[in-house]
Design a protein around this ligand. Structure first.
Ligand code: ZN
Length: 101
């Protein structure tokens, strides 16, 4: 049964920072991909945060005004509920929007 310790955590962290896929790291140290990702996330090594910030930054240039905006996906005018709102609700539930963040 696998358990995290200082040794395998240091190895995993090193590989993760080099950009090695979590599934490969998991294979090397003898655990699952989810276990590796969870461990990295809990230790704030996850890259997903940076990715999200980059996406938000690039969309910021398209943002018009708080209250009403054009959906970036279907171009319909809709009411925004926060300054981070850029898509109408039908578009928000689409798969490709979820993949973009
Ligand atoms: Zn839309």
């Amino acid at each position: 049964m696998f358990s995290w310790n200082e040794d395998n955590f240091v190895r995993a962290k090193k590989l993760y920072k080099q950009g090695v896929k979590a599934s490969l790291i998991a294979e090397k140290i003898g655990t699952t991909r989810n276990s590796v990702l969870g461990k990295m996330y809990r230790n704030k090594l996850s890259k997903s945060k940076n990715k999200r910030r980059q996406v938000r930054h690039s969309y910021a240039t398209h943002f018009k005004k708080y209250g009403e905006s054009n959906c970036l996906l279907c171009n319909k005018t809709y009411t925004t509920y926060s300054k981070f709102d850029r898509f109408c609700s039908p578009c928000k539930s689409r798969d490709f929007y979820r993949n973009a963040i």
